[in-house]
Design a protein around this ligand. Structure first.
Ligand SMILES: [Zn+2]
Length: 163
C-alpha cells in the first residue's frame, strides 16, 4: 500500500548487559564508580522482502546479542574522554581523574572509542557495530536503525540512524 511503512523491534531480557561505569559531567566533574543493568532495544525499518518481513527477528536478536554479550559483566571505559585518562599498562588498565585513580584487570574492561560512557554514546556504539554486522554478515542495510539503551527503568537514550 502506498505510504505504509514497516518497523521491527527487538528487546528481551537477554539483551541486558550489566556493567560498571562512571561518566564525566559539567565538563570536569566525575561520577563515582557504579553499575547499571543496561538493556538494549533495536528497531529497523525497511521495505518488506519477498517473504513479507522487514528482517528476520531471530537474526536481529542474535546480531545484537553478540555485541551486548561483549559488554556484559565488564567495566566500560571511554578512551576519548577529555578529563578521565585511560592507560593500558600490560595486564592492567589505569584510570585517573584529577587526584583519583582506579586500576582494573585489562580483561575485566571494555575500552570503548567514545568520549563518555553515557547511555547515548553506548547506544551509538552499539548501533555502529550492529550496522556493520548487518551489512557484513546479513547483507542488509536498514532504511532506519534505532538503538535504545536503557540505564534503568524509565531512563533510556535512543540514537537514530538513516544510513
Ligand atoms: Zn551510570
Amino acid at each position: 500500500m502506498p505510504g505504509e511503512r514497516f518497523k521491527v523491534r527487538v528487546t528481551k531480557d537477554h539483551l541486558v548487559f550489566c556493567c560498571g561505569h562512571f561518566i564525566s559531567y559539567r565538563g570536569h566533574r566525575c561520577e563515582r564508580l557504579h553499575g547499571h543493568n543496561y538493556r538494549a532495544a533495536v528497531e529497523v525499518e525497511g521495505p518488506l522482502t519477498a517473504d513479507h518481513y522487514v528482517f528476520d527477528f531471530i537474526a536481529l536478536k542474535a546480531r545484537t546479542r553478540e555485541i551486548t554479550d561483549e559488554l556484559d559483566h565488564h567495566m566500560l571505559l571511554a578512551t576519548k574522554n577529555p578529563v578521565i585518562r585511560v592507560e593500558e599498562q600490560g595486564p592492567r588498565v589505569r584510570v585517573t581523574h584529577e587526584d583519583r585513580e582506579w586500576v582494573f584487570p585489562r580483561g575485566d574492561c571494555v575500552l570503548l572509542p567514545i568520549e563518555n560512557t553515557t547511555a547515548e554514546l553506548i547506544a551509538r556504539y552499539v548501533a555502529g557495530r550492529l550496522l556493520e554486522a548487518l551489512r557484513t554478515h546479513e547483507g542488509f542495510t536498514p532504511e532506519v536503525l534505532r538503538v535504545e539503551v536503557e540505564e534503568g527503568p524509565g531512563q533510556s537514550a535512543t540514537v537514530e540512524w538513516r544510513p
